[in-house]
Design a protein around this ligand. Structure first.
Ligand code: ZN
Length: 540
């Protein structure tokens, strides 16, 4: 981007559109918008009102709804510019599958052979025994898991949230997930999205202390330079346990114990036992102590203000897994304190508890966790729709909310709107969620597809160590960038962006971690959204 104004006067989903779903485009021109089919016949003509200035981007832009289109290749023209619009039956298979495969590329502790990784192959990394940070006499092998983001750390809370997004994507939209992702487990009779998730879950089980608590993270004391993972051989440590990591792992493993029941009974038993031990530790340690990096540790903090939402999610999942009233009562008591139900990120996980209650427990959850919670959820999820309607691009984010990883609140809103649409059948919610999916794939103020390896105008220089160090010019594919961040730019970014508006505060440059890092828990909500839209068009 280099801070310059660029891009087409027409912004579209660069991966194309689905037959049967509305087609949206953003037009930065006044006058008439014309859509022609392959024969040149005009199929739509829309007079765009003089566009208003979009507060987040500063662009004069109008969001145009072209309605449902049949399969084909169309040309959209406006203000002297033209874009090709491709409408297909199942257009988002490659990008949704690609983002799950993106997590395969984050695998730690195993070789990524050319057979599955192509030019992104590398030998096994981070295989050495690790020690405890507080107790150096503690020595353990803790292989596996996904590298969290652009760095090589592995963090329990973010991993738990990522795994939960994937498991719920499979539970709710099984036909939105392909089973031929070309990963080592492909063809083993387990859906590939669960195969990939299992790689993280097996690691998570190893991150539990004997007393049931979970170590917050497994990292070095500082971030590695931009080297390949197998060359990052300095010692790693089990950092202190934390309430949030323990509660998030408890929830995620209780969910896994249900999800994998048909595939691996032994694993489910281990996962549930681990979740119950975690819950016992939380009961014995009721006072929340926020995690802080020990002195001398400078890797990701992932701090949190409260563990009430993590405990709430854990109680919901344990109730779903065991049916025991103790967990329902715990969830009800936590819910009564007030709960954000549309948050699906690593810090705020109330939305995952809501998902469990509304879609898995349903009426079994009772008057509070289904009846009252459903009303609460529907009311809260209006927020995403309201923000989408106020944005020139239809983006579900207030102009002052472009934070580090702005893709997360945007995808979280899309998740909430999808769940609302599933509960109520509301098409306005579904269509607004679709516009967030379009945002991720190019319908945005940057005219950029945020997923590496996809789209015509794509991210090329993510803050991602292997992508920089592997000698391959294209970045590792299937990873979604955090996107514009006005809130807290690093000096590198701030110096280059200066007075850029929030939705354009982005640099496709490797050092710009605050706008162009990737993260497993940004891929996963996008996978959830992609799986939903794939399943909604494949069923037709
Ligand atoms: Zn590794």
């Amino acid at each position: 981007m280099n801070g310059q104004e660029q891009g087409s006067a027409i912004r579209i989903n660069q991966e194309g559109y689905a037959a049967g779903l509305p087609v949206h485009a953003a037009v930065l021109a006044e006058g008439r918008v014309t859509l022609r089919d392959e024969t040149g016949r005009t199929v739509r003509e829309i007079d765009v009102k003089p566009p208003e200035t979009d507060a987040a981007s500063g662009d004069r832009v109008a969001l145009v709804n072209l309605g449902r289109l049949g399969e084909g290749v169309y040309t959209l023209s406006a203000g002297g510019a033209a874009q090709t619009i491709r409408v297909r039956k199942d257009p988002w298979r490659a990008v949704t599958d690609g983002m799950i495969k993106g997590l395969y590329f984050q695998r730690c502790g195993c070789e990524l052979p050319a057979r599955y990784a192509g030019p992104y192959r590398h030998p096994a990394c981070h295989t050495a025994e690790v020690s405890g940070w507080e107790d150096r006499s503690l020595r353990r092998k803790v292989p596996g898991g996904w590298h969290d983001a652009g760095d090589y750390g592995k963090y329990v809370g973010p991993g738990a949230v990522t795994a939960a997004h994937l498991i719920y994507a499979w539970k709710l939209f099984p036909d939105g997930c392909s089973d031929d992702l070309d990963i080592p487990e492909t063809g083993n009779g387990v859906p590939d999205i669960l195969n990939e998730t299992r790689y993280e879950l097996d690691w998570m089980l190893r991150m539990q202390r004997e007393d049931g608590a979970f170590y917050h993270k497994l990292t070095k004391d500082h971030f590695a330079p931009f080297i390949m993972p197998q060359d990052d051989t300095e010692p790693e440590y089990l950092m202190p346990v934390s309430h949030c990591a323990t509660a998030a792992a408890c929830a995620c493993l209780a969910l896994a114990a249900r999800a994998y029941r048909a595939y691996d009974a032994d694993f489910c038993e281990r996962a549930l036992r681990s979740a119950l031990q975690a819950w016992e530790w939380l009961r014995a340690n009721p006072e929340f102590i926020p995690y802080r990096n020990p002195e001398g540790v400078r890797t990701g903090w992932y701090g949190d203000r409260s563990d009430a939402d993590e405990r709430f999610w854990a109680a919901c999942e344990l109730y779903a897994a065991t049916g025991e009233n103790e967990y329902r009562e715990a969830a009800e008591a936590l819910y009564a304190q007030g709960m954000q139900l549309i948050q699906f990120g690593w810090a705020d996980v109330g939305g995952l508890g809501a998902l469990c209650c509304l879609f898995d427990l349903r009426e079994r959850a009772g008057d509070i966790l289904y009846g009252a919670l459903r009303e609460d959820f529907l009311r809260q999820s209006e927020e995403g729709l309201a923000w989408s309607r106020q944005s020139g691009y239809g983006t579900s984010l207030a102009p002052d909310r472009y934070i580090w990883g702005s893709i997360l609140p945007i995808m979280s809103h899309a998740m909430a709107m999808i769940l609302n649409a599933r509960l109520t059948g509301r098409e306005d919610m579904r269509d607004a969620a679709l516009i967030q999916w379009d945002y991720a794939l190019g319908l945005n103020a940057l005219d950029l597809c945020f997923v590496t390896g996809f789209g015509e105008r794509r991210v090329m220089h993510p803050h991602h160590r292997p992508s920089e160090a592997d000698g391959v010019s294209d970045p590792v594919p299937g990873l979604i960038s955090g996107g514009p961040n006005k809130g807290f730019p690093y000096p590198f970014t701030r110096d280059r962006l200066k007075d850029r508006p929030p939705a354009k505060s982005y640099l496709d440059e490797t050092p710009s971690a605050d706008t162009n890092e990737i993260a497993i828990y940004w891929n996963s909500p996008a996978i959830f959204v992609g799986a939903y839209f794939r399943s909604s068009v494949r069923g037709k």
